[in-house]
Design a protein around this ligand. Structure first.
Ligand code: FUB
Length: 304
């Protein structure tokens, strides 16, 4: 599916907001945006309405755009039925990430493992592809030593990759060269942060500073907050909120940052297509700006 949006590229060039929501023919959430070649790829999770009052997420689609005006749906890139260790009755293919290393694309996804196997519980899987639009082929088992949800991968300037996830708190570890196993013991990264439920870590580097960003329930719903540090595994110092709670219209919010042609964009989700049921979400993008001292300016969600 290729869907033209209104003139966005020019708006983006001058720092204005995106045409939101980005995708209107299906529910999308938890967007991780990446620049591969001359296109922006977005890897969201895929909400569907199963008639229950909880999340129902069975597969993933990837979307890409060269100009942020026309989006291509690359179709289903991975389905839970194709992952040998997943308990498909759980419909729990939650927030994913994708990165490229040496011409290969690695897709990280959380799911609930089959309770009759060694993969029981909330686990993180890896699938690979030769192109960013997939399809992705899953590994036969989830990653060893990682229990939780919301995987995120940072590849540092020296080529070393790091995995971050949400389990008992927010954790991180170095990844092995194969991108599929841990190369160091997990470390807790949020121990010094203010109280409140946290999930969905997304780490990026800007001007030598590592930004550790995450949804944070300080009062009632998820705000988007961040910390900064001098290395990929911290120590991180809490800096505050860059998108307020209630801004997504959902209890959840979940986001990623991407830089393209010197402009930073924040991808997140909202309840645009389902104002009465916040488990059917829609992805958005808005410009994000940094102060001269590196702090993140508050982002006001836009809908147009
Ligand atoms: O989409 C399911 C879950 O909701 C994600 O894993 C969380 O980050 C929250 O957005």
């Amino acid at each position: 599916m290729t869907r033209p949006l209104l003139a966005l590229s020019l708006l983006c060039a001058v720092g204005a907001a995106a045409q939101n929501p980005l995708i209107t023919d299906q529910f999308t959430a938890d967007p991780t945006a990446r620049v591969f070649g001359d296109r922006v790829y977005v890897y969201p999770s895929h909400d569907v309405n199963c008639g229950t009052d909880w999340f129902c997420m069975k597969d993933y689609h990837a979307f890409s755009s060269e100009d942020l005006v026309t989006w291509t749906d690359h179709g289903e890139i991975l389905h839970q039925d194709d992952v040998p260790w997943v308990d498909a009755s759980q419909n729990a293919m939650w927030a994913p990430d994708a990165v490229e290393k040496d011409g290969r694309y690695y897709f990280y996804f959380p799911a609930i493992g089959d309770s009759t196997t060694d993969a029981r519980g909330r686990r993180i899987g890896v699938a690979t592809a030769s192109a960013p639009g997939g399809p992705f082929t899953p590994e036969p088992m989830p990653m060893e030593g990682v229990g939780g949800i919301d995987p995120n991968v940072l590849i540092d300037d020296d080529g070393q990759a790091y995995l971050y996830w949400s389990g008992r708190g927010l954790s991180g570890a170095r990844l092995s060269d194969d991108m599929m196993s841990l190369a160091s013991e997990p470390v807790r990264l949020d121990a010094s942060f203010p109280e409140g439920f946290k999930e969905g870590p997304f780490v990026f580097k800007r001007d030598g500073t590592y930004y550790f960003t995450f949804p944070h329930v300080i009062h009632e719903t998820e705000a988007l907050a961040y910390a900064t540090g001098p290395s990929p595994l911290g120590p991180f110092t809490y800096r505050g909120v860059f998108m307020e709670e209630h801004a997504s219209g959902c209890w959840t919010n979940h986001h990623s940052f991407v830089e393209r042609d010197g402009q930073w964009l924040l991808f997140y989700h909202h309840n645009d297509l389902s104002p009465d049921f916040d488990k059917n979400r829609s992805i958005r993008a808005d410009s994000v700006f940094f102060n001269p001292n590196g702090t993140i300016q508050k982002v006001t969600p836009t809908h147009r």
